[in-house]
Design a protein around this ligand. Structure first.
Ligand code: HEC
Length: 183
């Protein structure tokens, strides 16, 4: 009992005391969070729009090039529009170029299912949002045995090291990460 009280007192002191001289606020500002969410939403919406358009025009196999060429370009456009850094990543990568920043790699090692908002030492907001598979994702990330041969061929040709097949509906597929600088 005494030990528990002591431990609680030490914890309380640490929690209240340690940030006194630190200028960085302990929690991210609502403005920074709103900025991260707006960037995430635009990235997902734009990607989805271009994917659906490409599937409609040339079929799913041709949409792979949208993902390949447009996904990184869209991420850059969104980053510039919103003045943030943003990307998609996963613990099971298709494109090795989607290897995340170190803070993301640490968080996703254990395939975290929760969103994570933290302030880095320099005041940058680090935001991580899980991404789950929807029915349309399984065209290119589903069970290899039920994937169209044309899609499998393209993926193998473009991504010889692909590690992003075999997902089921609503599985955790990966993440969107965003960095918002201190305002
Ligand atoms: C037409 C095929 C296709 C569809 C449909 C598709 N993807 Fe992908 N996906 C790809 C390709 C190709 C890449 C690699 C492109 C890149 O550089 O980002 C990729 C990459 C990713 C990445 C980045 C991490 C990595 O493995 O490189 C995530 C996350 C992702 N897809 C999630 C999804 C989700 C969620 C959906 C459904 C909303 C989806 N994908 C639908 C083909 C597809």
């Amino acid at each position: 009992m005494y030990k528990t009280t002591l431990a609680a007192a030490v914890l309380l002191l640490t929690l209240t005391g340690c940030n006194k001289t630190d200028k960085t606020p302990a929690v991210p500002s609502p403005e920074a969070i709103a900025k991260a969410e707006a960037a995430r939403d635009e990235l997902m919406k734009t990607l989805k729009g271009e994917l659906i358009a490409a599937i409609g025009e040339g079929g799913p196999a041709s949409a792979i090039t949208v993902c390949k060429d447009r996904a990184p370009a869209i991420a850059q456009e969104v980053a510039a529009n919103h003045n943030v850094r943003i990307g998609r990543t996963s613990f099971s990568l298709r494109n090795q170029a989607n290897t995340p920043p170190a803070w993301v790699a640490d968080l996703i090692k254990n395939r975290t299912e929760s969103q994570n908002l933290t302030l880095a030492q320099d005041g940058t907001l680090h935001a991580l949002y899980p991404v789950r598979t929807k029915p349309e994702c399984l065209l290119c990330h589903g069970d290899p045995d039920s994937t169209a041969p044309a899609i499998k061929e393209q993926i193998t040709a473009l991504y010889p090291q692909d590690n992003a097949m075999g997902f089921a509906l609503n599985d955790l597929r990966g993440y969107v990460w965003v960095e918002v600088d201190d305002q």
